[in-house]
Structures are given as C-alpha cells and as structure tokens.
Design a protein around this ligand. Structure first.
Ligand SMILES: [Cu+2]
Length: 207
C-alpha cells in the first residue's frame, strides 16, 4: 500500500516536471521558428532542400531486394507507389517481383540490395538486363564459371544492356540507364551460380 501511494506521488511530481519542460520546449520552438523564418527570408536554399533535389531528381527508381530464396522482391510500399511493377504475390514480408513495365527511352534507376544470412561466397546477387533474343539460359550457364568477371560470361558481355555489381549481404548497387527504344520483353537475371535455375529472373516489358 505504502509503496503504491509513493509511486503515485512520484508520478505527480514527474508530470509537473514534464509540463514545465514542455512549456520551456514550446517557447524555445517559437524562438527557433522565428529565427528560421528570418534565415529563410534571407534567400538561398537550405541544406535540406539541396539534399532533397539530389535524391529526388525525377528519375523513376525501383528498389529491389535479392533474398536467400533466390528471388527478386520489393517492399509492399513500392508496389503501392508504382503500378508498373509486375508482381507475383507475397514472399514473406516482401512482394515477389516478376517484371517491370517501362516506356521506350524512359530513364530508369534500379537499386539492388542483397539481404542474406550467408557469406557473399555462398549467396550474392546481381541484376543483369539482356538484349532481346538473348538465350538467357545459356547466358546463366556460361556465367557460372565467370567468377573473376563478377559471374558475367565474357562471351555474353555484348548482350548485356546493363548490370549491377555482384552484391553480398548488406551491399547495394544503383544503376541508372535509358530503357531501349525497341519495344519487347527484355529478360533480366541474377547470374550467381544456380540462381537463374532457382527463379531469380524477371522481364523488363518495354511498351
Ligand atoms: Cu542471385
């Protein structure tokens, strides 16, 4: 009983202390806002605005994650924000990404991140988009022995439109490129050994 009432007392004292603190914060924030307004009136951009411009340059950006299930996936929010993603249902907390629709000549940015519990020697991902008509199965098979070339078979290099680096857990690579003008279905694939066979593949639909 005694300890209970003690606790209540303590809480009351505490809340008074907090409300004083809040008042102080409130006044401080008004002063801060006034100062900020004065600075803003002086013209020029704030650091925050400049940073935003660098990140948000208008280029459509797709954040893709490579998983230990050997799948390309995206966050559910990415699907909500971009109706040109072709998806294939739930993959744990993510959505399976089966393809990307794009306009001919569109500027596109793909940011691939690997999330894995395994070392990079056992689990790494890339995303390589190839020309129309490429035998993607042959490309993937030939790339198995191309470890020194980030698992991109040299014989197929001229058929690769663009590729990310090979990425281990926690690594990210961003590629920005111009979508081909010729409409069609361009395959993209992860060339880490076994991953194409495991379903790490998709299609860039240009139309
Ligand atoms: Cu992979």
């Amino acid at each position: 009983m005694f300890s209970n009432s003690g606790m209540f007392l303590n809480r009351e004292v505490k809340s008074k202390h907090i409300s004083n603190k809040m008042k102080h914060l409130f006044i401080s924030s008004i002063i801060f806002a006034l100062m900020f307004a004065l600075i803003a009136c002086g013209g020029g951009e704030t650091a925050e605005q400049v940073e935003e411009e660098v990140i948000d340059d208008g280029v459509r950006t797709i954040n893709i994650i490579g998983t230990d299930d050997m799948k390309f996936v995206v966050e559910p929010s990415a699907v909500e924000n971009d109706d040109r993603l072709i998806t294939g249902g739930q993959a744990g907390q993510y959505i399976l990404l089966e393809g990307i629709e794009a306009e001919p000549g569109e500027e596109l940015r793909i940011r691939l991140t690997t999330i894995s519990n395994l070392p990079a020697t056992a689990m790494a991902h890339n995303l390589a988009i190839v020309e129309l008509g490429t035998d993607v199965d042959a490309f993937a098979r030939a790339s198995i022995t191309a470890r020194d070339n980030e698992y991109i078979a040299p014989d197929f290099e001229d058929q690769v439109i663009v590729t990310t680096r090979m990425l281990g857990n926690g690594e990210t690579d961003t590629i920005t490129f111009t979508v081909p003008e010729e409409p069609g279905e361009y395959d993209y694939v992860c060339t880490f050994p076994g991953h194409f066979a495991g379903g790490m593949v998709g299609v860039l639909v240009v139309q």
